[in-house]
Write a protein that binds this ligand. Structure first.
Ligand code: HEC
Length: 137
């Protein structure tokens, strides 16, 4: 009985470690680190003004980034089709923003495809993030 239950305990421990691992490997980062990574990949310094224009441009389609995130991303946005509230995009107004590279990449991919009709380049992501980081109280 003792061997059996300690065997179960070991299994349970393994399962616990297994489920904790993805958490430990979560890609935590600061907004500044993400900006540095995008700029490095782009090979040019980010330009906040260009980022603001990109954010408010419709790129020949129905929506701009500001359709959901507002032209003033220091305040909460609203999903253009579902009406669901979206937290502010500027990190100074929302400490959760750009702190998880997997989340950031997932939404850049989805939203750029929706708005621009393709993925955003590293330079475009750097510009947008650089602009969002200029928005301070
Ligand atoms: C149709 C609505 C919609 C549009 C248009 C839209 N977004 Fe989003 N965006 C969302 C939603 C919903 C989320 C996820 C909810 C959240 O993070 O609060 C999100 C999250 C993000 C995130 C994640 C930020 C983080 O916390 O790391 C980024 C980056 C982003 N959007 C960029 C853009 C860019 C750039 C554009 C324009 C090319 C854009 N979005 C257009 C709805 C939209």
């Amino acid at each position: 009985m003792v061997t059996l239950s300690s065997g179960f305990f070991r299994l349970w421990l393994l399962a616990l470690i297994g489920s904790a691992l993805p958490l430990l490997c979560a890609q935590a980062a600061t907004p500044a680190e993400q900006l540095a990574a995008y700029s490095a990949r782009a090979g040019t310094p980010a330009q906040p003004t260009r980022g603001q224009q990109f954010f408010n441009n419709r790129h020949g389609h129905d929506w701009s980034c500001s359709s959901c995130h507002t032209v003033n991303p220091t305040v909460p946005g609203k999903h253009a089709s579902t009406g669901k509230v979206i937290g502010p995009m500027a990190p100074a107004y929302n400490p959760e923003r750009f702190t998880d590279t997997a989340k950031t990449e997932k939404w850049f991919r989805r939203n750029c495809n929706d708005v621009v009709g393709r993925e955003c380049s590293a330079g475009e992501k750097a510009d947008v993030l650089a602009w969002l980081l200029t928005l301070k109280p």
